[in-house]
Design a protein around this ligand. Structure first.
Ligand code: AMP
Ligand code: MG
Length: 347
């Protein structure tokens, strides 16, 4: 199969691309679409054979559930059942964060095929704010399943060319809208009703909507299989949150303290640096083959987030023996960046 990249940077091109995408989706095909987080691989969420095409193209194991995107807030009932005890909270979160990078896990509606949820009784739902995604899903008129447009276990694509690298020959069409604004996958949230006071929010995957963003509406806790203070790792709640996700082919090592890194003679290293500052103690540690700086200068976390996957792809192309990653501050979207780096790291 030939894979075409359709530009969307002029009104007439956008119209043509949307029409082409919707035609494919109606035929039960998959199409790669830009979202504000990363590029997604979309298919008709209510059509089991279209959904099967996603798993096939991504080589994704069938137990790993997909996220469903809605064309409109009012269409939530098509795919999910909102329990009465969290209805008010769900309404508030939707009002505040949709369209945007917040995915809610809710009990699934019967109409959603089992294959979308990997047999789980729940479904993950969000609404994208990307204008091109919106144009396609509005014209399509129904929910789209759209996981990241990468092969399973690989780095999520944040540009059309990255999708091409991942899925060329496996899908018919990629809509190109340039680089994604956030660069990291959505925050995934499960809501647990409280007997009194605020509900409990369990973050299943850290993302662009941060703990601070959510705190006004509930008590926030992490449940993403990360090591606790004693180094114990709680079992992941969902299969997609396994360690060793988001990984480049070149071994990557997150070195949280520069004193803990000793280069081996004859080995070629590249550095993934947060802000490229001598003071952080990494630049002088080795004869780096290449240094890739995520946010030069004072270091801005949103900038680092949107450049992370692009940087990992670029570093992976160098053919070095190992990529050494500096940590970023564990606050705001830095938590999500560190989660991705930990999962990409083999140590
Ligand atoms: P992505 O490939 O980035 O679209 O992410 C899909 C991920 O969403 C999966 O790997 C799971 O981690 C998560 N997910 C999807 N459905 C559910 C669900 N019902 N419950 C919890 N997490 C889910
Ligand atoms: Mg993914």
């Amino acid at each position: 199969m030939d894979t075409f990249i359709a530009p969307t940077d002029r009104a007439d091109l956008l119209r043509a691309a949307v029409t082409q995408a919707v035609d494919f989706l109606r035929e039960g095909e998959v199409v790669a679409l830009p979202t504000e987080t990363v590029y997604g691989l979309a298919a008709d969420a209510m059509n089991p054979s279209a959904v099967a095409r996603i798993f096939e193209a991504k080589e994704r194991p069938s137990f790993d559930p997909l996220i469903i995107h809605l064309p409109h807030r009012k269409r939530l009932a098509d795919v999910a059942i909102v329990p009465a005890d969290i209805a008010e909270t769900v309404a508030t979160l939707i009002e505040k964060f949709w369209p945007g990078p917040l995915t809610l896990v809710l009990p699934k509606a019967d109409a959603v095929p089992e294959s979308v949820t990997g047999g789980l009784p729940t479904v993950a739902v969000r609404m994208s704010s990307h204008p091109v995604f919106k144009a396609v899903i509005t014209s399509f008129g129904g929910p789209l399943a759209a996981p990241s447009a990468n092969r399973f276990g690989r780095i999520s694509p944040t540009s059309a060319s990255a999708v091409m690298q991942e899925l060329e020959g496996r899908i018919p069409l990629i809509l190109d809208a340039g680089a994604c604004a956030e660069g990291l996958e959505s925050t995934i949230l499960k809501i647990i009703p409280a007997e009194k006071g605020k509900p409990l929010f369990r973050i299943l995957r850290a993302g662009p909507v941060t703990k601070d963003d959510l705190q006004p509406y509930g008590k926030v806790e992490w449940a993403n299989g990360q090591p606790d203070k004693k180094g114990n790792i709680a079992p992941p709640e969902v299969p997609g949150q396994l360690p060793s996700h988001y990984a480049p082919r070149t071994p990557l090592r997150l070195v949280e303290n520069p004193d803990h890194f000793l280069p081996e003679a004859g080995k070629r290293y590249a550095l993934l640096s947060y802000r490229g500052d001598e003071e952080d103690g990494y630049l002088g540690l080795a004869e780096w083959e290449h240094v890739h700086v995520l946010s030069p200068g004072s270091g801005k976390l949103p900038e680092a987030a949107l450049r992370l996957y692009h940087a990992l792809r670029a570093l992976d192309e160098l053919g070095v023996d190992e990529i050494i990653a500096e940590p970023v501050p564990l606050r705001d979207v830095g938590v999500a960046i560190m989660e991705r780096l930990r999962r990409a790291s083999y140590l």
